[in-house]
Ligand binder design. Structure first.
Ligand SMILES: *[C@@H]1O[C@H](CO)[C@@H](O)[C@H](O)[C@H]1NC(C)=O
Ligand SMILES: *[C@@H]1O[C@H](CO)[C@@H](O)[C@H](O)[C@H]1NC(C)=O
Ligand SMILES: *[C@@H]1O[C@H](CO)[C@@H](O)[C@H](O)[C@H]1NC(C)=O
Ligand SMILES: *[C@@H]1O[C@H](CO)[C@@H](O)[C@H](O)[C@H]1NC(C)=O
Length: 385
């Protein structure tokens, strides 16, 4: 009687391994994306802000003092967790060094603050999800308070990144979702050294306009480089609705999609060198964002970021830190035998196996049921023989 008990224990144990592997995409050697910019990538990461412990959510009041704003601490314990700290950093820089100089047409002091990065409670999400990540910009009497997060990794080299995001609020804000490389101490819209591919939503723009740009957007003499930018129009709804924005960086090309449909593609000034990723919500009273009225505010909110990429050199922060729940899937071998996709799975963030080379192609479900069958036979044999 002892043997079957042992066998059923290991059956349970093995099934759990199979299921856990499926969730973590451990059987994926690489990830293939669809669309005209289809490519293969070695790494996948899914950042999910929808089901954070509600006790970590709060909306901090806008800080009115410049020094308090600059020195603000994290708005939630969530931001001291490794899932956050291994991957993102809140910016605290300001435009004070170049405000009023020829390289900037800003008319307002802008201060980035950790106080503008917070976890919000939200009751109207589908499937019972309850939280979001919010980036805020707000105008105080003395300055424009802004929010920005930067990726810890700065060596992304080609990517396909998708954001489920919405933007709302008063005029004078700009929501930015972009790659950024500035080898100098400061880069402006006329810098020749900047490499930057943008998704930008201006709260002063019509509600269906999204702008895509491979920076710089102006020549050194200040002339608009029309080849560097496109005005996209949302096919349905507005940017205050939840939309899935996608940016693909492949060799020599930037391609942007909204809700699975291509909206722009620009080869001119496409990024060349390894880069970081930035998300921000800002304004500076310049000609790009326009002025925000004192007391007004605007918001960029995210449900998740689904991200496949390659890196230049090693994967910075290589193996995932203990407790990092962002679900990093690393390439297992240099060749890609098991190809996965991050598209088409209603359970967002869990890649699905789409093909295997060499061996007969089998789905996860088939593999799992085959294993269960084999184990059941072993169990029955152990019991009866
Ligand atoms: C990629 O696949 C998804 C899921 O099947 C689909 O919704 C989307 O439209 C596709 N995108 C392109 C550009 O083919
Ligand atoms: C990413 O790296 C893999 C090899 O690890 C390569 O096969 C693939 O083509 C690379 N993707 C891009 C867009 O260069
Ligand atoms: C985009 O639209 C704005 C007005 O909303 C216009 O000023 C700008 O010239 C347009 N840019 C391009 C590249 O069409
Ligand atoms: C914003 O307001 C300032 C001060 O009132 C003004 O100097 C500046 O021209 C305004 N900027 C824009 C883009 O309207």
């Amino acid at each position: 009687m002892k043997r079957p008990t042992k066998a059923s224990f290991s059956l349970l144990f093995l099934c759990q391994i199979v299921i856990a592997q499926k969730d973590n995409a451990a059987e994926c050697d690489c990830f293939k994306t669809n669309g005209s910019s289809s490519a293969y990538f070695a790494y996948h990461q899914f950042f999910d802000y929808r089901s954070i412990d509600p006790s970590l959510a709060s909306t901090p009041p806008v800080l009115q003092s410049a020094s308090e704003s600059t020195n603000a601490s994290d708005t939630s314990k969530y931001f001291s967790n490794v899932t956050w700290t291994q991957n993102w950093q809140a910016a605290t820089w300001s435009n004070s060094d170049y405000l009023g100089t020829s390289g900037s047409d800003a008319s307002v002091l802008m201060l980035n603050s950790k106080n503008n990065i917070y976890i919000s409670s939200e009751t109207n999400l589908h499937e019972g999800y309850t939280t979001l990540l919010t980036l805020r910009t707000a105008r105080t009497e003395d300055f424009q308070s802004a929010g920005e997060i930067d990726s810890v990794k700065q060596n992304f080299e080609y990517m396909s990144v998708r954001y489920l995001a919405r933007v709302y609020g008063n005029l004078g804000g700009c929501a930015g979702l972009f790659t950024y490389r500035c080898p100098d101490s400061h880069c402006s819209s006329t810098s020749t050294s900047v490499e930057e591919a943008d998704i930008e939503i201006l709260t002063r723009d019509p509600l269906n306009v999204v702008q895509y740009t491979n920076q710089p957007s102006e020549s050194p003499s200040g002339k608009t480089l029309t080849a560097a930018t496109r005005n996209g129009t949302l096919q349905t709804g507005t940017w205050s609705d939840w939309n899935e924005y996608r940016y693909d960086w492949t060799p020599g090309l930037s391609t942007w999609y909204v809700n699975g449909t291509e909206s722009a593609s620009i080869g001119f000034q496409a990024p060349k060198n390894p880069t970081g990723l930035i998300l921000n919500m800002w304004g500076d009273g310049g000609s790009w964002t326009g002025n925000m009225s004192v007391g007004a505010a605007a918001y960029l909110q995210l449900q998740w970021i689904d991200f496949v990429y390659n890196t230049s050199g090693t994967l910075a922060g290589a193996s995932q830190a203990r407790g990092d729940k962002s679900r990093l899937s690393e390439k297992r071998e240099s060749s890609c035998k098991s190809v996965c996709s991050i598209e088409g799975n209603p359970q967002r963030g869990t890649p699905v196996l789409i093909s295997t080379s060499g061996a007969i192609s089998r789905s996860n479900e088939q593999k799992t049921s085959r294993l269960i069958l084999v184990l059941t036979i072993t169990l029955l044999k152990a019991y009866f023989i």
